[in-house]
Design a protein around this ligand. Structure first.
Ligand SMILES: Nc1ncnc2c1ncn2[C@@H]1O[C@H](COP(=O)(O)OP(=O)(O)OP(=O)(O)O)[C@@H](O)[C@H]1O
Length: 273
């Protein structure tokens, strides 16, 4: 197991956001965390990364308790792709990607040509090499997100944690990033790489053939392969409205929320009256 959490209680100081959370991430696996706004996804990620302490339970990386690992040791094992925000001062995009190499350098190490090459290669892989010398703070939200994913790739860790990696991306870039996530997982040289991501789009869990952790109010409501964990019943219960999981002619699963209730009839009677 690349990462295991057992009986994890998460939150901030005395404010408990979730309790009794257990999960494991295997080598090469994609785990998809789904759940409504505020259910605790980001808080769980921060706890798994050791950025905030667990309020109970344990997190272990390759069998070692995260509480006993130094920051640099954690950074060699997990890369974090946070939600993209503009930084307060300008950096070249390539320099942002280069930050992913920092964990691999010694205390006084400066990134060298090999690091710059690795950073640039990560950008090329994501199709954003043309952004390398652009000011990161002036990129679009989607471009910034891709730069942060490149940074995580350049970090060359066995596990990447991504907090809503497609949130600010357009339709085409969402599909591109999903394809990259599928390619990234299970293909890091000789070792297998794992990805754990959160998303608001359950269709993505199907598209990625991911293992799903479906969260509600700080607890796991359902878990397992997408077609097992994501059903009409579980999605309707967690999101609080009727949802139907349907299969398209091409064999893809899509999750369709009910939004029909008022609009059509009200609109028609309003127009005729
Ligand atoms: N620094 C903080 N201090 C105290 N409470 C916080 C802090 N950050 C978040 N919370 C609270 O913790 C709960 C879970 O928030 P979290 O950001 O983990 O949810 P989320 O599932 O990631 O939501 P979203 O889908 O909207 O991003 C929320 O009620 C939030 O208000």
């Amino acid at each position: 197991m690349m990462l295991t959490a057992q009986g994890l209680d998460i939150g901030y100081g005395t404010r408990r956001v979730g309790r009794g959370l257990s999960l494991g991430v295997d080598a090469g696996e994609i785990v998809c965390l789904l759940g409504p706004n505020g259910c605790g996804k980001t808080t769980l990620f921060r706890t798994l990364l050791g950025l905030i302490p667990a309020l109970g339970g344990t997190v272990a990386l390759a069998g070692q308790p995260i509480a006993a690992l130094r920051r640099a040791e954690i950074a060699r094992r997990i890369a974090y792709v946070p939600q993209a925000h503009a930084p307060p001062f300008p950096f070249e995009a390539l320099d942002v990607v280069l930050m992913g190499r920092t964990a691999r350098l010694g205390v006084f190490g400066q990134p060298g040509n090999a690091d710059r090459a690795a950073a640039f290669a990560a950008m090329e892989r994501l199709g954003i090499a043309d952004l390398a010398d652009r000011d990161y703070s002036r990129l679009s939200g989607g471009q910034r997100q891709l730069v942060l994913i490149a940074r995580a790739l350049a970090q060359e860790t066995p596990l990447i944690v991504m907090d809503e990696p497609t949130a600010s991306l357009d339709f085409g870039n969402q599909a591109q990033v999903l394809a990259q996530i599928a390619a990234i997982a299970g293909a890091a040289g000789t070792e297998e790489r794992s990805v754990i991501l959160s998303t608001h789009d359950p269709d993505q869990a199907f598209a990625l053939n991911a293992r799903v952790m479906l969260m509600k109010d700080g607890q796991f409501h359902a878990e397992g392969p997408a077609d097992h964990a994501l059903t009409d019943e579980t999605l309707s219960a967690v999101y609080g409205l009727p949802v139907a999981v349907e299969k398209t002619e091409s064999g893809r699963h899509v999750c369709v929320p009910s939004i029909a209730a008022r609009s059509s009839t009200a609109g028609v009677s309003g127009a005729s009256g």
